[in-house]
Structures are given as C-alpha cells and as structure tokens.
Write a protein that binds this ligand. Structure first.
Ligand code: HEC
Length: 152
C-alpha cells in the first residue's frame, strides 16, 4: 500500500527536466507532467510530451491577438515570442518596450515566465502588457512548454 501511494505521488509530481545543449546554447528547462503509466519522457522535442505541447499551442490563442511566434515575423502589438525562452527581456529591436520591461534585467526562463504570465503588472510594474494574464498554473506550464519548444 505504502509503496503504491509513494509511486503514485512520484509519478504525479511535475518533473523538471533540464534539457541542455552544447556550452554555447542556453539550457532550456521544461516542465513535464507525467501521468501514472506513462513511460519516462525523454528530453526535449515534440515527441516528449505531445499533449502538453498541443495544450500549449491551443492556449497560445489567447496571446496571438498581440504576439506572433514564428521565426522572422515582425512584432505586432506585442514582441515576437519566437525564441523568447532564454532571451533577455526587452531584447527585440523591432519592438518598443516599456521602460519597466527593458530595464527589468529579467532573462526569460521557466520561472520568470511563470511569474510574469500569472501577473504581468504585479511582476513588472509599468509593463505595457495589459492583458494576457493566465490564472491557471497548468495552462501557464503548457504555454511555456510550447514556447520553449519553439525556441529549440
Ligand atoms: C493585449 C495584448 C497582449 C496580449 C493578449 C498578450 N501580450 Fe504579452 N506582451 C504584450 C506587450 C505590449 C508586451 C511588451 C510589454 C512591455 O514592453 O512592457 C508583451 C510582452 C510579453 C513578453 C516579454 C517578451 C520580451 O521580448 O521581453 C512575454 C514573454 C509575453 N508578452 C508573453 C505573453 C503570453 C504567453 C501571452 C498569452 C498568454 C501574452 N503575452 C498575451 C502584449 C500582449
């Protein structure tokens, strides 16, 4: 009994897998939620967690009124989010950021994105991202996984 409960707890615990590249490449963290019975997930790539990425892609619809996420596309009402994971906040030259974000010293990793998306103006007072907060932590994790996957 105890063994089974412990195993379930272990399998339901979100696993943070550090998926690293070479020394030149920033390490991208991904949150991978495992269900009991799922095989252990490999690092990175769309094969790793298709459900999570699909959920993230569809949740990104609430961002896409202001953000594109395709490489090379010009920024629109918000900055292009392709490659945002691992990027310094306020780094794109084709977008005029708020003073608050461009001087925030944030580098967008999993933790910083999670905080910002939960409460943009609470995290970066003065940000001009006035909509797009995501209350549901699972939804934030899915969106971040989707963005991290685009960044690879
Ligand atoms: C109403 C338009 C709008 C919506 C909707 C919106 N954003 Fe934004 N977003 C912005 C603007 C504008 C900025 C620039 C903020 C600043 O300069 O303070 C921004 C900045 C960002 C940044 C920082 C990018 C950088 O280059 O530093 C991230 C990350 C981000 N948004 C993610 C999201 C995500 C994910 C969603 C959906 C859940 C979302 N945004 C929804 C307008 C929006």
């Amino acid at each position: 009994m105890h063994y089974r409960a412990a195993l379930n707890a272990l399998l339901l615990t979100p696993a943070v897998a550090a998926c690293g590249g070479s020394e030149e490449q920033p390490v991208v963290e991904q949150i991978v939620v495992r269900e009991p019975g799922d095989p252990l997930l490999a690092c990175g790539g769309t094969d790793a967690a298709p459900d999570l990425l699909a959920a993230g892609r569809s949740a990104f619809a609430m961002c896409s009124s202001c953000h594109v996420a395709e490489a090379g596309e010009p920024s629109s009402a918000g900055p292009n989010l392709h490659g945002v994971v691992g990027r310094r906040a306020g780094a794109l030259s084709d977008f005029v950021y708020s003073e608050a974000l461009s001087t925030s010293q944030i580098t967008w990793d999993q933790t910083q994105l999670d905080r910002f998306l939960a409460d943009p103006s609470g995290t970066v007072p003065g940000t001009i991202m006035v909509a797009g907060a995501v209350d549901d932590p699972d939804r934030r994790a899915a969106i971040i996984a989707y963005l991290a996957n685009l960044s690879e």
